[in-house]
Design a protein around this ligand. Structure first.
Ligand SMILES: [Zn+2]
Ligand SMILES: [Zn+2]
Length: 386
């Protein structure tokens, strides 16, 4: 049997442009879709024929070759041309050309399936949801990293129906309401609205004998214990993705992912800024004025000695190199900063008051900030007067 002309197959004039071709194919695909023509055995072949024609005509290069040489352009091992429909190769083309048009016709026609590139046009499997698990850890654990067992509520494939959702080996059947599209369209005034099919809830399939264990969902709720490796250096907001550990898919679809959201709790001693740590250390007036050495804690549980220079003011920072948090993504660790907080003594005894008063009468140029402040104040008042 001679092969039909591609333009004729799609019912358009020779040399029609891309928009016309797409429009025509769209029409044919809708008309001939096998799900809608279960009683017409010829429909499937015609559908494949239209599909093959579209595969060629939608491609500018192939179309040019076809316009020039006709079917001969793709015969005799030219490669890359039309393939015999029906084989595995033909089916792949079928899916690609088909989804090409139906993607924009029906949105996510695959029933909300995400992840798998392409998928099968007839697959009703749905990917499982991603799960979020909030994990609060101590700063020390963020510093060292830890192995943590988390119990996540997860839906796992139903053992009774092996995830198909159908009981006793009965097969899910194409939904009669939406012809397997998972969506129905309705005319409302000038607008066509599209919504999930009410019969199959967007699955595109209905089950005659739903599995009595999972009620047709193909999965059951279960808790699973997962050992999670929290790397050193994580911070609040770090997400750890465990691929495939989320909810299992519907009817044999792939599982979602599990995301561990890290929250690092505040620490009573250390404040974190990126990879740096800050530790505020109170020191007495005398220690700040005279200088000396103090012992400070480090996040690894150890201690470090820090020299306080003579005459240190409140807020002075001293850096301890590489004593901060490790870097999560390569690079060296942060630093730790010791910030001095000079304390005013309280609850003075009469003797202490006496000494302090005496000290004050002896003080002249001992308060650098004070004297420069009052000099500036005096200048301000003089200028306002003038
Ligand atoms: Zn089941
Ligand atoms: Zn339906």
């Amino acid at each position: 049997m001679a092969k039909r002309d591609y333009y004729e197959t799609l019912g358009i004039r020779k040399g029609a442009d891309a928009a016309e071709i797409k429009k025509a194919y769209r029409q044919k695909a809708k008309e001939l879709h096998p799900d809608r023509n279960t009683d017409n055995p010829k429909a499937e072949d015609q559908f494949k024929e239209a599909n093959e024609a579209y595969e060629v005509l939608k491609d500018a290069d192939k179309k040019a070759a076809y316009d020039r040489y006709g079917h001969a352009a793709f015969e005799g091992g030219m490669g890359g041309g039309a393939r015999r429909p029906g084989g595995a190769q033909g089916n792949a083309d079928f899916a690609s050309a088909f989804s090409d048009v139906f993607d924009d016709l029906f949105g996510d026609f695959m029933g909300g399936q995400r992840g798998g590139a392409g998928g099968g046009a007839r697959s009703r499997a749905t990917r499982g949801n991603d799960l979020r698990y909030n994990l609060r850890i101590k700063l020390e654990d963020a510093f060292a990293g830890l192995q943590k067992t988390v119990n996540v509520p997860a839906a796992v494939a139903c053992g009774n129906c092996k995830g198909t959702g159908a009981d006793d080996g009965s097969e899910p059947v194409t939904c009669p309401t939406c012809s397997g599209m998972g969506k129905v369209r309705a005319q409302q005034g000038f607008f066509t609205v599209e919504r999930a099919c009410p019969t199959c809830n967007g699955m595109g399939q209905t089950i005659k004998n739903p599995c009595h264990v999972c009620r047709g969902a193909g999965r059951v709720e279960k808790e699973k214990a997962l050992s999670v490796n929290i790397p050193a250096g994580v911070e609040t907001g770090t997400r750890i993705r465990l691929a495939g550990e989320g909810e299992s898919g519907m009817r044999g679809g792939p599982a979602g992912d599990l995301y561990i959201f890290i929250e690092v709790a505040d620490h009573p001693l250390f404040e974190r800024d990126g990879n740096n740590l800050f530790c505020r250390v109170p020191v007495s007036i005398a220690a700040a004025a005279l200088g000396g050495e103090i012992e400070v804690p480090t996040i690894d549980g150890g201690r470090s000695r820090v020299k306080i220079p003579e005459g240190s003011q409140s807020g002075r920072q001293m850096r301890l190199r590489s004593k901060g948090m490790p870097a999560l993504r390569g690079g060296g660790p942060g630093d730790m900063f010791i910030e001095l907080s000079v304390e005013t003594p309280v609850n003075l005894t009469p003797r202490q008051r006496e000494i302090l008063k005496e000290f004050d009468t002896l003080s002249k140029d001992n308060n650098p900030h004070g004297s420069s402040f009052f000099k500036t104040v005096k200048g301000f008042w003089d200028q306002m007067k003038g």
